[in-house]
Design a protein around this ligand. Structure first.
Ligand code: AMP
Ligand code: MG
Length: 333
């Protein structure tokens, strides 16, 4: 399998892990586009927590695991979807097998299904959200594909493919195939159009005048405590309404300086966030010069779970305003 060479003016040497993660999200977004272009039935079924899952989520996860397990067969994986449902349903298996082969003809699904592996206590874990913002994908809004590599409880690689950026900020993000935002610990954060090999360094903005600041929150009001968000922006006299965005694209927008912060007071407040919803975004914002904590100002604690059990909510910001944001958030917890 070939790994693409990326063109960067700073001559930064990226790790093989990052390159494989980039290849994986490129293939998975091709697959997700293919399903939509061919009008494949993506109607959801519902998991125990009532969140939707579609053929697109399963197929994308299989394609990502195909790439990562080939190169790193002994690594551990925490993935959003449970592929057992495919193993035990012959009809569903055949449909998915046929569809993923349209994008990756050589794929051996049976082998990938045998990789189902959730060793949450390992020192090295890939956290994968194959379709982050499933509701956004179904409704043709925003969605991302997220891959993070966590070593010794620190995120060291983060990749976020965001295929629908042109729908948010059409002038800046005009490539219709979308963009991939990525970071490696200590090497900075970058963006690349999915259709190109040219990469560009990104940086958070330096805005600190709250009256003019733009921030983002979940598109889905059932995922956040909307009245606390209103109180929060009132205390800071923020005049602009928040940008409503599905999935981890909110982190990409902070990292690239398009917005100044991303706020998430979960609903209910004791809701614990899944690590695949935040790990890639956290590193990308931090490597772009920003700060990411929970609403109380605590660092994320990646410990022996698929969830951030010791954290509450999210504040990801340009860093400059972080202390003030945490101070106000702490009044509202
Ligand atoms: P977003 O589009 O930012 O709301 O992110 C989507 C993710 O929100 C989903 O993948 C879920 O894991 C997560 N989620 C679902 N319910 C809640 C909730 N009640 N509070 C916070 N996050 C949630
Ligand atoms: Mg998600």
């Amino acid at each position: 399998m070939s790994v693409m060479n990326y063109t960067n003016s700073d001559n930064i040497e990226f790790s093989i892990e990052l390159k494989y993660a980039l290849n994986a999200v490129e293939k998975s977004t091709d697959f997700l586009n293919y399903l939509r272009n061919k009008s494949v039935d993506i109607s959801p079924s519902y998991k125990l927590d009532k969140s939707p899952v579609t053929i697109a989520d399963y197929g994308s996860q299989i394609i990502i695991l195909n790439f990562i397990t080939k190169k790193f067969p002994i690594d551990n994986f925490i993935t959003e979807e449970n592929l057992n449902i495919i193993i035990h349903n012959d009809q569903y298996y055949e449909v998915i097998n046929k569809l993923v082969k349209q994008t990756v003809p050589e794929i051996d699904i049976k082998k990938i299904l045998s990789y189902e592996n959730k060793n949450r206590t390992a020192d090295r874990i890939w956290a994968i959200d194959p379709l982050d913002g499933t509701k956004g994908y179904i409704a043709d809004r925003q969605y991302s594909v997220a891959i993070a590599l966590i070593e010794n409880q620190k995120v060291i690689v983060g990749v976020l493919a965001c295929p629908k950026m042109y729908k948010l900020i059409s002038k800046k993000y005009n490539d219709r195939k979308g963009y991939v935002f990525f970071a490696e610990k200590g090497k900075g954060a970058f963006v690349k159009a999915l259709s190109s090999k040219l990469i560009k360094k990104i940086k958070v903005n330096s805005k600190n005048k709250f009256a003019k600041i733009l921030y983002a929150e979940s598109f889905d009001n059932s995922h956040i405590n909307i009245s606390t968000h209103h109180k929060f922006s009132n205390i800071l006299n923020i005049n602009r309404p928040p940008l409503k965005v599905d999935g981890q694209i909110k982190y990409s927008l902070v990292a690239a300086g398009d917005i100044s912060f991303y706020l998430r007071f979960p609903q209910p407040l004791n809701y614990k966030e899944y690590i695949w919803d935040h790990a890639a975004g956290q590193l990308i914002v931090e490597e772009a010069g920003g700060t990411v904590t929970d609403v109380l100002g605590n660092d994320f604690c990646y410990e022996k779970s698929i969830k951030l059990l010791k954290n509450t909510g999210i504040i990801a910001s340009n860093g400059l305003i972080h202390e003030k944001l945490v101070k106000v958030a702490s009044l509202l917890v």
